[in-house]
Design a protein. Structure first.
Length: 156
């Protein structure tokens, strides 16, 4: 069951535009509306402090989770704990750190935290190790797409 939930969460973060996947809230994390909202709220030109493409991509990929904190100057995004709709005894929290203004893989660090409800108390557990890497890859892929989109728009 633990592996299955981690796989579902990874799939939710990796597959863009898929409306068939379960979400961690009533929002579909990969709907075009959610991505459009993030793009409207945070135009690339207005973000300072860290790589704007990584920042925008991270916000877009984590849009389905409630945010606890987002600091564009420091490059830190922290989600609040969120449970899968079907499984209320497990919750996940994700922290994204953007370390530079460069668009490189080593400038992005993702940490995933998991807790389960046991005997009425939340107990921290280790999530699947692949999950943070898959989330990093999803953010990097989206950031590259945003960068290419801006390059194409400048050439017109």
């Amino acid at each position: 069951m633990r592996k299955q939930l981690s796989s579902v969460l990874a799939a939710m973060l990796m597959v863009s535009g898929c409306s068939q996947l379960p979400s961690m809230s009533s929002l579909n994390p990969f709907s075009d509306d959610a991505a459009a909202e993030v793009e409207k709220e945070a135009p690339v030109e207005e973000i300072v402090g860290v790589n704007p493409y990584l920042w925008q991509a991270a916000l877009g990929k984590l849009a389905f989770m409630p945010l606890a904190s987002a600091d564009s100057a420091g490059g830190v995004i922290i989600t609040d704990w969120a449970a899968m709709d079907d499984i209320q005894n497990e919750q996940f929290k994700i922290t994204v750190n953007i370390l530079s203004r460069n668009l490189r893989a080593d400038c992005l660090k993702v940490a995933v935290f998991k807790r389960v409800l046991r005997d009425g108390a939340w107990v921290n557990e280790t999530p699947d190790k692949r999950l943070s890497g898959e989330i990093e890859n999803a953010i990097l892929t989206q950031a590259r797409k945003l960068y290419r989109r801006d390059l194409a728009a400048r050439e017109e």
